[in-house]
Ligand binder design. Structure first.
Ligand code: NIG
Ligand code: FE
Length: 409
C-alpha cells in the first residue's frame, strides 16, 4: 500500500528566496513543496520534484520565469477603523502639518469619534476589505493595532473585530492593544494612563484579545515614564511590548524599548546610532515605516545605522487613515527608492525581519523546511525587479499554508 499525501508544489521558478540566519539565500531554478501547511522541501527544482512530482500534486504551479518569495509580513498597521480622512490629505498638500490637523480636531481623535459610533460588524467588514488589498500585494501575515477606541468598550470592540476578521480571512492577523495611542477629549494624560492600565488592559487581557501592547511614546503624547508604566503593566498581563518611538522628537523611546526587551521599536526617524546599538544589543527589532515619511513628506529613517549596529531590520506599511497604503510591495519600493535600502535588504526586512518584529522567528517570512507554506509568486525574474518595477503590482499568485488564496494568472 502506497501512502498518498496531498501536497502543493511550485516548480521551475527562475528564483526562490528562502531566507536563512545569515541573509536572503536566493536559489536559481528552484521549487518549493508544501505539505500539511508547512514547507516540506525548498531548493533546486530537480531535487524537489523528484520527491514531489507536479503530476501527483494536489496543487501544482509552474513558476517559469518568475520569483518565489515568502509571503510578506506586515508588522505594523492600524488597519481597523471607520470614517474618512481624505480631506486631511489635501490639507497636508496645501501645507498643514499633521500636528495642526490634530489640534483642529482631525487626526487620530477624528477616527476615534467615527469608530465609537460604528458597530463591530461594520469594523469587521472594513478590515476584511483592507486585508483583501494586503493579500493582493503579497501580505500573508499582518499585525493590526487597536487604538481608535480609547475606552474599555471601544478598544475591546476593535480587538474583537480584529479577531473576527482573522477567523474569516486567509491573512493571519496578529492583534496588538494600543489604548495608549492618544489621550481622548476631556482627560488629563496621567488619569488616562491610569485608566488604560486599570480598566482597559485587564478587560483586553482577560478576554485574550491581544498578543502585544503598544504605546505612542512622543513629545506631547505619552512620555517615556508614562509609556514605561503602560508597557510594564502590559507585560504583567502577558502582552509583549512594542513602542512607537522617536518619530517626531527623540525623547528616549528607543532606550525604553531596549530596557524592556520590547519585540520592536517603530518609526525611529529621529533615532541616533546609540539608539540603534541599544536596540540591536537588546534584540529589539527596528521597524521602519517609509510610507509614513512619504505621506508626511518627512525625512526617511536611516536603515544603514540599524544594519551597522547589527540589528535585524523590519519594514511595515503603518497602514492607517494618515498613511493610506495597505501594500507591502509599496513599502519595499519606498524602502529602496526613498530610504536607499538595497533590494535584497528590503525584501529581507519585509519577510524574515518583519516576522522577527512580531516574535515569529521561525514561522512566516522564510521558506525553509518546516516553515509556514506562505508563498508569493511575483511575475519578475528575480527579487531585484520587485522594487525596480515600482507603482505596479508584480504579485501574481499568493498561497497561504500551501493553498492558493489569490491569483491573477
Ligand atoms: O503610526 N503615530 C501614531 N499613530 C499612527 C497615525 C495614526 C493616525 O493618524 O490615525 C502612526 O503613524
Ligand atoms: Fe503606527
Amino acid at each position: 500500500v502506497v501512502a498518498v499525501t496531498e501536497y502543493t508544489v511550485v516548480y521551475d521558478a527562475a528564483q526562490l528566496v528562502r531566507n536563512s540566519e545569515e541573509g536572503l539565500d536566493a536559489v536559481a531554478d528552484a521549487a518549493v513543496a508544501v505539505e500539511d501547511g508547512h514547507v516540506a522541501a525548498a531548493g533546486a527544482t530537480d531535487e524537489v520534484v523528484r520527491a514531489y512530482p507536479p503530476e501527483n500534486a494536489a496543487v501544482a504551479v509552474d513558476a517559469s520565469g518568475k520569483t518565489v518569495l515568502p509571503g510578506f509580513v506586515d508588522p505594523h498597521t492600524h488597519a481597523v477603523f471607520a470614517g474618512d480622512r481624505a480631506d486631511e490629505f489635501t490639507a497636508k498638500l496645501r501645507g498643514k502639518t499633521y500636528q495642526e490637523i490634530a489640534a483642529e480636531g482631525g487626526g487620530i481623535l477624528r477616527t476615534v469619534r467615527a469608530v465609537r459610533e460604528t458597530p463591530r460588524e461594520v469594523l469587521v467588514r472594513n478590515l476584511l476589505s483592507h486585508l483583501d488589498e494586503m493579500l493582493a500585494h503579497g501580505t500573508t501575515t499582518a499585525e493590526v493595532k487597536s487604538g481608535y477606541g480609547l475606552s474599555v468598550e471601544s478598544e475591546t470592540k476593535l480587538l474583537a473585530a480584529i479577531r473576527d476578521a482573522d477567523e474569516r480571512h486567509p491573512v493571519d492577523v496578529v492583534p496588538t492593544f494600543m489604548g495608549a495611542h492618544a489621550v481622548p477629549d476631556g482627560w488629563e494624560t496621567d488619569d488616562y494612563v491610569d485608566h488604560v492600565i486599570e480598566e482597559q488592559l485587564p478587560a483586553v487581557a482577560d478576554r485574550g484579545l491581544a498578543e502585544f501592547c503598544d504605546v505612542f511614546c512622543e513629545e506631547g503624547i505619552f512620555s517615556v515614564e508614562q509609556s514605561r508604566r503602560v508597557l510594564a503593566a502590559g507585560s504583567e498581563h502577558g502582552l509583549t511590548p512594542k513602542i512607537h518611538a522617536e518619530e517626531f522628537e527623540r525623547i528616549g523611546g528607543a532606550e525604553l524599548a531596549a530596557e524592556l526587551g520590547a519585540a520592536s521599536a517603530d518609526h525611529l526617524l529621529q533615532a541616533t546610532p546609540e539608539d540603534a546599538r541599544a536596540l540591536a544589543d537588546a534584540g529589539v527589532v527596528p521597524v521602519l515605516l517609509p510610507g509614513t515619511a512619504f505621506a508626511l513628506d518627512a525625512d526617511y529613517a536611516d536603515p544603514e545605522q540599524f544594519a551597522a549596529a547589527g540589528a535585524e531590520v523590519a519594514i511595515a506599511t503603518d497602514f492607517n487613515p494618515n498613511c493610506f497604503s495597505q501594500s507591502m510591495e509599496f513599502a519595499v519600493d519606498l524602502a529602496c527608492h526613498g530610504m536607499r535600502m538595497d533590494p535584497g535588504s528590503a525584501v529581507r526586512a519585509a519577510t524574515a525581519g518583519a516576522a522577527a518584529a512580531i516574535d515569529r522567528p521561525d514561522g512566516p517570512g522564510r521558506l525553509r523546511e518546516g516553515d509556514l507554506g506562505d508563498i508569493v509568486i511575483a511575475d519578475v525574474p528575480d527579487y531585484e525587479h520587485v522594487p525596480y518595477n515600482f507603482g505596479v503590482s508584480t504579485v501574481e499568485t499568493v498561497l497561504k499554508a500551501g493553498k492558493i488564496v489569490h491569483d491573477t494568472r
